[in-house]
Ligand binder design. Structure first.
Ligand code: 8OZ
Length: 368
């Protein structure tokens, strides 16, 4: 058996194989930002993944930035997610929820009381989001005061507690793709002059505090973190020294002994070589402090690349995004080198069962 299909332990989470379903925003939550029966079926269909990372889910009403994304802050949301975790567990799978605060990637129509989105900066991102009216430019943010940041950290902690109440195997903190934590990290966005701006240690402070709080709440062995050191997604720009910045983050967080680190290599969903970055060097920083810590890679992997990276010992886990949308039985297809269903892009964001739960699995028996 190829190692890609062998069991693996990420912290306290025992996986049947090394194939991970990456977090994927699908904008199909019910009113109240609730997962419903359609989400139960969608995730159940994909439970042969070694691990499912759910779609990004806001930690607070303020953390929402797109129409119809689910939350994990109130008890109705916990009850909805409980049906999802029960279905995945009954099918033999493991599932963690991605904890999300969008920061400035939002619109006043999606914010509580129509307030401005919040960020590390008052400068608006040059990007669009998806609202009731379709694609609209994001709203100008308000820069958070440093005395508000303990409340943001508490929201991460609370969401992690809610996740465990919903029966998740753990959580993944969304530290990637130009959202709040990355808006603090990068000097291309963060223009603060307080203890959360300026030198790398300051810009990393909110991410470190948020991850520490989550680890205190549910245990580091059930906590993962997703990073995207050079993605330009959501107008994040490029940090002036990503290698030093992300090296610092990993040096600070590896000693906590997280379940895994999840790396988006290159531009999210695009060019893997968008900007230079030495991922192997970052991995070495991580493994020095936490040899048993899992290293999860993502972005544009095909079957051959996934087999090779695990074979070479350069990654413990490989996450697939869009291939899992179109192929509920992706693990089997990888194992059997079977062809993949084509993705229907027009049903990615929003809508119903079409393009969500209607992608076919391979037939049980192959005709002779
Ligand atoms: C696509 C559309 C909306 C949100 C990310 C949560 O990039 C997202 C996202 C992706 O991390």
């Amino acid at each position: 058996m190829h190692p890609l299909f062998t069991p693996f332990r990420a912290g306290d989470i025992a996986l049947a194989n090394r194939v991970v379903m990456a977090p994927l925003t699908r904008n199909r939550a019910l009113p109240g930002q609730l997962p419903g029966p359609l989400q139960v079926e969608y995730y159940r269909q994909r439970a042969s993944a070694g691990l499912i990372v759910t779609e990004a889910s806001q930690i607070s009403p303020e953390g929402q930035g797109y129409l119809d994304t689910p939350g994990i802050h109130n008890d109705a949301q916990v009850a909805g997610w409980r049906r999802v975790t029960e279905a995945v567990h009954a099918a033999g799978g493991r599932i963690v929820i991605q904890l999300w605060h969008v920061g400035r990637i939002s619109h006043v129509s999606l914010q509580p009381g129509g307030q401005s989105p919040v960020s590390s900066t008052a400068r608006a991102a040059a990007t669009k989001t998806f609202t009731k009216k379709g694609f609209e430019p994001v709203s100008a943010p308000r820069a958070l005061r440093s005395d508000e940041l303990p409340r943001i950290v508490a929201d991460y902690r609370h969401a992690a507690r809610q996740a465990m109440a919903a029966g998740f195997d753990g959580v993944e903190v969304h530290g990637a793709n130009g959202y709040l934590l990355e808006q603090f990290l990068r000097d291309s966005v963060n223009d603060r002059s307080d203890a959360y701006g300026g030198p790398i240690a300051n810009r990393a402070r909110l991410m470190v505090e948020a991850v520490q709080a989550v680890c205190e709440e549910i245990g580091a062995a059930r906590t993962g973190l997703r990073l995207s050191p050079v993605t330009p997604a959501n107008d994040a720009g490029q940090d002036s020294d990503p290698q030093a910045l992300y090296g610092h983050v990993v040096e600070r967080l590896a000693p906590l002994k997280l379940a895994y680190l999840h790396l988006i290599e290159g531009a999210t969903g695009g060019d893997r070589n968008v900007a230079p970055f030495d991922y192997a060097a970052l991995r070495a920083v991580y493994k020095r402090a936490h040899p048993a810590g899992a290293w999860m890679v993502n972005n544009g992997y095909d079957a051959a690349m996934a087999r090779a990276v695990v074979e070479r010992g350069e990654a413990d886990l490989v996450a697939f995004g869009r291939p899992f949308i179109a192929n509920p039985d992706l693990v089997r297809r990888l194992r059997e080198n079977a062809p993949w269903n084509a993705l229907r892009r027009e049903t990615l964001y929003g809508g119903d069962a079409a393009g969500y739960t209607d992608y076919p699995a391979l037939p049980d028996t192959v005709p002779a």
